[in-house]
Design a protein around this ligand. Structure first.
Ligand SMILES: [Zn+2]
Length: 329
């Protein structure tokens, strides 16, 4: 129980952006009674975090990892918890969350729960990117600084929650999850660390390949369908000059497409990035108007329900190869 308390305290200190109210609640109440250490029941909130958690825990006997939001649902930006979800949450001995505001939808539910469940915020320590703002074309990607400070009167508070789209950040996430699980289940700590380290090194190898792309590219400008893949492009040293949609669930207006058409003709980006899970109608329309080619990438926000833990790495390798084909000349 002592290590659990220690974990909760350190986790509570780190939960800066995420569920601060809940974290306070956890701290002020007695430690939860966990199942036997080897019987951890982990509930991961979103598909990519589920995959990364599974990769860490798969070698540890007796650990069960479940996914909260259905694999095909994508990001829960406007998600409402179902009764089934509540049951899943209340059965968990630990929750692993994306963080960066992605889980605002379950903030209230966790507070209302009669038992306080340890929560691992997988985004702890990540350098967040600012969120894309609707109707504005400011690119907030690292390495692309333009001078808009004075004229800009909208808020810059929101962060882009899709850190998982970067293999380099995913490596960081995997190590953080392993350390946190190890604190809850000290007997498994070594196993978690070993699995995490092997996986993180492979993810970082993809990150290194991506990092080589921007350096050699004549045209570093890209346009995204949504800002989901922004972290991947930060890794690659390529500059996201615009995202067509504010998020996955909001279609662009005709005025927005017109504005983007003008912008693309002027700035001549190298590619427009589409995602296999979403309609490429807007992307195709922009491409036809401007002659900028389309490249399809999968940021792994969603995927098949039966995906194995290696799915994330497989898809990121494919993304990397597709980008190398395009930018690696
Ligand atoms: Zn999203």
């Amino acid at each position: 129980m002592r290590s659990t308390r220690k974990f909760l305290l350190s986790a509570g200190r780190c939960l800066l952006l995420f569920l601060s109210v809940v974290a306070t609640g956890i701290l002020s109440l007695p430690s939860p009674c966990l199942a036997a250490p080897s019987g951890l029941h982990v509930v991961a909130t979103t598909f990519p975090i589920y995959l990364l958690t599974s990769a860490v825990a798969q070698g540890r006997p007796g650990v069960r990892v479940d996914l909260l939001i259905p694999a095909q649902a994508g990001c829960p930006h406007d998600y409402a918890l179902t009764t089934g979800d509540m049951k899943k949450l209340s059965a968990a001995s630990v929750i692993v969350a994306n963080g960066l505001g992605m889980e605002d939808f379950m903030d209230k539910a966790l507070r209302a729960m009669d038992r306080h469940i340890p929560l691992i915020d997988s985004s702890v320590g990540i350098q967040p990117l600012a969120a894309q703002e609707d109707g504005h074309d400011h690119a907030h990607g690292e390495g692309h600084h333009h001078d808009h400070g004075e004229q800009c009167n909208h808020s810059h508070g929101a962060v882009n929650p899709h850190a998982f789209s970067s293999p380099r950040q995913a490596a960081w996430i995997v190590r953080h999850i392993a350390r946190s699980l190890g604190e809850l289940d000290p007997q498994g700590a070594e196993e978690y660390a070993r699995a995490a380290e092997a996986y993180a090194l492979r993810l970082e190898a993809i990150g290194h390949r991506l990092a080589a792309l921007g350096a050699g590219a004549a045209n570093k400008k890209v346009v995204l369908l949504h800002d989901t893949a922004a972290y991947l492009f930060r890794d690659a040293g390529l500059h996201v000059i615009a995202a067509i949609q504010e998020n996955e669930h909001v279609q662009p207006s005709a005025a927005r497409i017109l504005e983007l058409t003008r912008r693309l003709r002027q700035d001549k980006p190298a590619v427009i990035v589409s995602e296999p899970q979403y309609s490429d109608k807007a992307v195709r329309a922009l491409s036809a108007e401007t002659g900028v080619p389309v490249l399809q990438l999968d940021p792994v926000a969603s995927g098949p329900a039966d995906a194995d833990p290696g799915y994330y790495e497989q898809v990121m390798l494919k993304n990397c190869e597709a980008l190398e084909k395009y930018f690696g000349k």
